[in-house]
Ligand binder design. Structure first.
Ligand SMILES: O=C([O-])CC(=O)C(=O)O
Ligand SMILES: [Mg+2]
Length: 389
């Protein structure tokens, strides 16, 4: 059993939207196919992967470092004899040969793309949905049969006033979501509060059904001013108030803001996540962690992060990954996370879940197909399939 080829390409996920920090007019992602010599249903098993929105395609790093390291490794060293399968942990180690610790920057994204494809292949070789394989190997044995999802949107868009914002969020409720998220931080606080009030009017003024996301825009003073302004609403969460690596800022805001905060989508390693837990003042009974495996060295590293959280007294149920993709959905179901993000209309076809799995009462189910489930999402598989042929 061996990997015979790894192919990569760049896909556009451009969209005319902006958060408080960036616009997505030139956003791209890498797509990878890991081709094996294992035959299932008369065809070679191919695993697919891609990276989440927010970081760009990683073609250069993939071509120059990470793909050659896997293809040049002794194939026998990449096998998991206990499961008669590829070994994602060994493949991860091969990718990270001669990489120093720290400075996680963009390489964690490149490694995450290949790691996703490897897990897809592993579950296909095992002829199981990945969520079930994860539940059996690393979880309680029984995956959740549905996962809580919230609709992330409410982006800034030139000329977008309050009515289009309300229409957008209302559309998410009509799709079956109970909780929605909107952006803050790109306009002055008073203007944002009008947007928040407009959004609250859509969710029956029930703050527990609205999240806000500042995308790391604020300095401490501004983050605290927003905390004070938002506090009366009792929102579901207040996300990424300040720079992702400014743990002192997070601790100061956490100490003052009386409701749930969320952060972590821009922490790309177990070590950075651990620093947040050690120094960020996050509350395991109240707050949410949003690490995204598809940006942060993949599921192999995510397993380390979940282990670290356990050692620090955090339940996996406090983890709701960023990214809105099917790998995190599998992890959420298989390892009992608290839920998963979802972008109903943007970042297509990479965002979103399998065809025929509608969101109902704020929850989504998973398909009964081997692997991560890409083949059950036709628009996505149409993009991936040519790479694997
Ligand atoms: O706008 C973005 O970069 C995406 C984001 O923060 C989120 O989904 O939470
Ligand atoms: Mg965010």
């Amino acid at each position: 059993m061996k990997i015979i080829d790894i192919r990569e390409t760049t896909a556009s996920i451009a969209s005319p939207i902006a958060n408080a920090y960036i616009d997505f007019s030139k956003m791209t992602c890498s797509v990878v196919a890991v081709v094996t010599d294992v035959i299932r249903d008369g065809r070679p098993v191919v695993g697919y992967g891609f990276n989440s929105n927010g970081r760009y395609a990683q073609g250069c790093l993939l071509r120059e470092r990470f793909i050659p390291r896997v293809l040049e490794a002794d194939p026998d060293s990449l096998i998991d004899p206990a499961h008669d399968n590829l070994d994602p942990h060994a493949i991860w180690r091969a990718m990270m040969t001669n990489e120093k610790p720290g400075g996680h920057g963009e390489r964690s994204v490149a490694v995450g793309v290949i790691d996703m494809a490897v897990w897809d292949a592993v579950a296909k070789i095992a002829e199981q949905p990945l969520y079930r394989l994860l539940a059996e190997r690393y979880g309680t044995g029984a995956p959740d049969d549905r996962v809580w999802v919230y609709a992330a949107g409410g982006y800034y868009h030139p000329g977008k006033g309050l009515e289009p914002l309300k229409d957008e969020l209302k559309g998410y409720l009509d799709l079956g979501y109970h909780t929605v998220k909107m952006k803050i931080g790109a306009v002055p606080l008073a203007e944002d509060m009008k947007r928040v009030e407009a959004a609250l009017s859509v969710v029956d003024h029930d703050g527990s059904r609205l999240c806000v996301d500042a995308n790391g825009r604020f300095d401490t003073e501004t983050a605290l001013a927003y905390a004070d302004a938002l506090a009366p609403y009792g929102l579901h969460w207040y996300e990424e108030a300040g720079d992702p690596l400014d743990y002192a800022l997070q601790a100061e805001v956490s100490a003052r803001y009386p409701h749930a905060m969320a952060t972590g989508e821009n922490l790309f390693s177990m070590q950075d996540a651990r620093n947040l837990i050690r120094h960020g003042g996050m509350n395991p009974d109240r707050d949410w962690l949003q690490f995204d495996c598809a940006l942060s060295y993949g599921l192999v590293e995510y397993l380390r992060t979940l282990e670290m959280l356990k050692e620090h007294g955090w339940s996996t149920r406090r983890v709701v990954p960023h990214g809105g993709h099917q790998l995190s959905l599998n992890i959420a179901a298989g390892l009992h996370l608290g839920g998963n993000e979802s972008y109903p209309h943007v970042f297509q076809p990479f965002g979103g879940f399998a065809d025929g799995t509608p969101v109902e009462d704020g929850y989504v189910g998973l398909p009964e197909v081997p692997g991560i489930g890409f083949e059950a999402k036709s628009a996505l598989y149409a993009v991936m399939k040519p790479l694997g042929e």
